[in-house]
Write a protein that binds this ligand. Structure first.
Ligand code: ATP
Ligand code: MG
Length: 410
């Protein structure tokens, strides 16, 4: 139905060329997530893609020609068309890629099974890596040997957790987690730009709390963000709750602020280390320099604070304080409910008089059950029924039930 996409696929899917939608768009379509832009993989080399686009009057921009990527613009929409590749050599930071025509090899060099699927122009999914099963079970898993894949590109450690945050269910794949833990030392070889860009995408997940906890557990979070070491990651759920119930726009920077201390010097060092943009660094600086809001501040005093220090930094402080106050209030509400319940249970316990079970072994024998282990079993069964019904069965009712039990074959 997507005319622009069909046009691009049609252009490449002829005269010996093959093209398929690859990666994120296939994953998101299958998982029911919104699709940004469809990336396309093709057996044609970039020159041929450019030539075909030219002949069809489609604008072609060589956005990453050295990796085989040409962006075609149709109806104002960009389609990244990338020639099939496989890895030749790697230095652990950047793969040296070679163009190819083998779909299996192109799939094998992708990072995760859920990212390794293709769809043809008719919408048929081509699964060369077991990604369909993993999409069904929301399992984020490396393609091939996890340790080897990580050693080829240590950013994949962070991508593992990013995609888990967005698409994973339950707990992260234990095999992948162990490989990430083993690969940790390689993180320091990554460029700051790649780390920050990946961390930001992780922080933009609907609820990044779980992924961050696992990252902290295996030490990866501390490796890339030592500032977060002492900070309670409960702050993230508190913030996500405000986003959901107060309609705040999810903001990766605010979420990051929730797990690092408002210490101007450390934040400046963090901004420097991760190469934050000027605007991003400014966000943290304004926050760190904003004064704490006194408990009982009058509107006039508060207006003075806003005037002197600027609203943006103070607003960050207020948002974080509000999120944690709401979490505290909720915890207090839950504790109050629990206290009320405990107090009514205590009354029950104090008033409790243990009732006496109205039947005995003699009744069972009289009903015709032969002496032996079955007598005790029948008695126990009836006693459980009596307890389950809150002791409401009378001796008469119990005798009726006993007769039925006695009639049953042993
Ligand atoms: P998003 O919707 O977040 O853009 P995406 O799947 O498109 O998700 P990208 O980071 O844009 O993710 O990458 C596009 C595809 O390229 C991925 O689906 C994956 O197949 C492959 N890929 C990207 N980065 C790597 C990497 N570091 N190692 C291996 N494969 C990668
Ligand atoms: Mg993408």
């Amino acid at each position: 139905q997507d005319a622009a996409l069909q046009r691009v696929l049609g252009l490449l899917n002829s005269d010996g060329g093959e093209a398929r939608v690859a990666g994120g768009a296939v994953r998101n379509a299958l998982m029911g997530h919104p699709i940004n832009d469809a990336d396309i993989a093709t057996t044609l080399v970039p020159q041929e893609v450019i030539a075909r686009a030219g002949a069809a009057g489609i604008r072609a921009v060589p956005t990453g020609i050295e990796h085989g990527t040409v962006t075609l613009v149709v109806n104002g929409r960009p389609f990244e068309v990338t020639t099939l590749r496989h890895d030749a050599e790697t230095d652990g930071r950047r793969a040296v890629v070679v163009f190819g025509t083998d779909w299996q090899e192109d799939a094998n060099r992708r990072d995760l099974t859920i990212n390794g699927l293709y769809a043809d122009a008719e919408g048929h999914v081509i699964d060369l890596v077991g990604g369909l099963d993993d999409i069904r079970t929301k399992t984020v898993r490396f393609i091939g040997n996890a340790d080897e894949r990580i050693a080829e590109d240590y950013l994949r450690i962070l991508r593992f957790f990013r995609f888990f945050a967005w698409y994973g269910g339950g707990r992260p794949d234990p095999d992948g987690m162990r490989a990430c833990a083993r690969g940790r030392p390689g993180l320091k070889t990554l460029s700051a730009e790649r780390v920050w860009s990946e961390l930001k995408k992780l922080l933009a997940a609907p609820d990044p709390g779980r992924a961050l906890l696992w990252m902290r557990q295996i030490g990866v979070l501390t490796d890339i963000l030592p500032e977060s070491e002492k900070w309670g990651i409960d702050a993230i759920p508190a913030l996500v709750d405000c986003e959901q119930s107060l309609g705040w726009t999810p903001d990766p920077l605010l979420r990051l602020a929730a797990i690092v201390p408002p210490d101007a010097e450390r934040l400046a060092a963090m901004a420097e280390r991760l190469r934050l943009s000027k605007a991003e660094a400014g966000f943290f600086r304004q926050w760190a320099l904003a004064p704490a809001i006194p408990e009982e501040v009058t509107d006039a005093v508060f207006a003075r604070l806003l005037y002197r220090h600027g609203a943006p930094g103070i607003a960050v402080r207020l948002r974080l304080a509000l999120a944690s106050a709401r979490a505290e209030a909720r915890a207090k509400d839950a504790a109050m409910l629990r206290a009320a319940r405990l107090s009514s249970l205590l009354k029950l316990a104090e008033r409790f008089e243990r009732p006496r079970f109205p039947l005995t072994g003699a009744d069972v024998l009289k009903a015709g059950v032969p002496a032996g282990p079955r007598v005790g079993q029948v008695l126990e069964r009836l006693e459980s029924q009596w307890v389950e019904m809150n002791f409401s069965l009378s001796r008469e009712k119990l005798l009726e039930r006993l007769e039925k039990h006695a009639a049953e074959p042993g």
